[in-house]
Design a protein around this ligand. Structure first.
Ligand code: GLN
Length: 319
């Protein structure tokens, strides 16, 4: 039985009175660890970001919000966008999507091309770049203005109309994203892209360049903690999304570091090379954390540490 007093029960109910102090403590502890990673300098717009920043926002399913640090600073969501395009693509084509992309971890770097060729052009999962490009292609092939559609969808989920594409970051990645160009061409060559390569890639680079704050992100993923319900969006069919998407996040959300993350944190989560990580505690809360220094897997160093401390201090790992 869940309670908030003993140490023996799993997945405890959050003690909201203690939470502000716990977040302060996490903040103080993690900022001592600055300097252990690097910003994503392979994307020109991200190379300039001040590496030593930290923000965190936690939102309970009954709409209480707790923040610490730069929780309202907008940053580049990068691969966290893959979560939203997956929701949208599933909403558009349903289970048909799984004929074009798998649901297994890849054990490879997020932008690897290695498995794609040997596995017949079917990406392992929707969160690595090849899989995400297929997911984006579903939207690109069925929308007059796909990037705009994704932008609007995300802004509606977070309830914040200023969650927009940073065109400079998108253009920078467009100019240097040679691996993604290679992936998209391979997908096209193997018959797994419907739209034109340029059209799908343009949309992919733009979705990655959307900027949001930790607070907006915690709001935007509310449906994943709350059995599909969200205070911000009504028209999207989110009913079964939580089980499907949380399981994929748990197994694929942090690429080839996902096992360590599950071990240390124990929540479904999705990271991006902008330094953000979002995580879901089903039935209880969503949380977003941002700290731009990345480890060699492309995941935020302090973000992972902060989430590990959060689930340890609050006993809210799902395990
Ligand atoms: N835009 C980035 C890329 O495609 C996203 C990668 C990430 O956040 N892991 O390389």
């Amino acid at each position: 039985m869940a309670n908030n007093t003993g140490d023996n029960s799993i997945n405890q109910i959050l003690d909201l009175d203690a939470l502000p102090m716990i977040l302060q403590q996490i903040h103080q502890e993690v900022i001592n660890e600055y300097g252990q990673g690097n910003v994503a300098d392979y994307i020109p717009g991200l190379a300039q970001v001040d590496p030593q920043q930290f923000g965190m926002a936690l939102r309970t399913v009954d709409e209480q919000e707790f923040t610490v640090g730069a929780a309202d600073t907008a940053f580049s969501i990068q691969s966290i966008s893959k979560l939203f395009t997956l929701m949208l693509a599933l909403d558009i084509v349903g289970e048909e999507l799984w004929q074009r992309v798998g649901r297994e971890p890849s054990g490879m770097r997020f932008n690897s091309l290695v498995l794609l060729d040997s596995e017949g052009g079917i990406p392992r999962n929707p969160f690595i770049n090849d899989g995400a490009i297929v997911v984006t292609d579903v939207i690109a092939a069925r929308s007059a203005a796909p990037a705009r559609r994704i932008e609007e969808f995300i802004a509606s989920l977070s309830g914040n109309d200023s969650n927009r594409i940073d065109q400079q970051i998108a253009a920078g990645e467009q100019a240097t994203g040679f691996r993604n160009v290679a992936i998209a061409n391979l997908l096209k060559g193997m018959g797994n892209l419907e739209a034109e390569v340029e059209q799908t890639l343009d949309c992919y680079f733009k979705q990655c360049a959307i900027t949001m704050s930790c607070r907006d992100l915690a709001r935007a993923i509310e449906c994943l903690a709350n059995r599909g319900k969200s205070h911000f969006k009504s028209s999207f069919h989110a009913e079964k999304m939580d089980k499907r998407i949380n399981s994929l996040m748990l197994t694929c959300g942090l690429y080839d570091a996902v096992g360590n993350f599950a071990y240390n944190v124990g929540l479904p989560a999705k990271s991006g090379v902008g330094g953000g990580i979002v995580a879901v505690c089903p039935g209880q809360y969503t949380v977003a954390v941002w700290a731009p220094e990345l480890d060699r897997y492309g995941n935020s160093v302090l973000g992972q540490l902060a989430l590990e401390k959060l689930t340890s201090y609050t006993h809210t790992s799902i395990f």
